[in-house]
Design a protein around this ligand. Sequence first.
Ligand code: C5P
Length: 215
Amino acid sequence: QHIPVIAIDGPSASGKGTVAQLVAKKLGYHYLDSGALYRIVALAAKAQNISWQDGLSLADLASKLNISFKDGEIYLNEQNVSEEVRTEEMGKGASQVAVHPALRLELVSLQHSFRKAPGLVADGRDMATVIFPDANTKIYLTATAEVRAERRYKQLMSKGIHANLADILLDLQQRDARDQQRTVAPLQQAKDAILLETSDLSIEQAVRFVLDQSN
Ligand code: C5P
């Protein structure tokens, strides 16, 4: 039978992960954090001395990884790597490994396997365009670069991590450019996706918007 998918794409630090998780919780759906997969590959590659530039080796590595998600935590070979993959370094690494077509292809079936009853909320860059083109609801969730940098800054500060707002903004802009300009599965709004500009919205308002669109 047809299992519903809500696809939420958008740039870094747009808040799509937070919104997607809350929507999944509200509906009792499964949740896929596709960015985490690219982050895990970047982490595992670093540990095994595989270059983030070597697409074929990265694809081979990904085919052998044992990745699982339990209660919002991320596991690589039974080891909890939730904290390690969230670092800025692995965010940058993820956006570098993500340019390789062979790696992206390798991760397709793993992403499809998250589509289970009663439904799935998937967030990333190419959920609506490539991975789940038949998604019932497609949302392109964004905010201005300045607002996103501020959100990331506050998030880091709340964790007691020292950060510089100007550096964060520059990093975000570089990552946006890399994600938008790559040839495979670039970050873009799907033709049939609804734009959700969250610069002036609270998390609750954004969640409400997605829920309203999905029924
Ligand atoms: O969403 P998150 O910031 O965790 O993603 C990290 C990086 O992984 C992104 O900058 C992007 O380059 C890549 N990515 C991707 N396709 C996805 C999800 C993430 O290319 N579906």
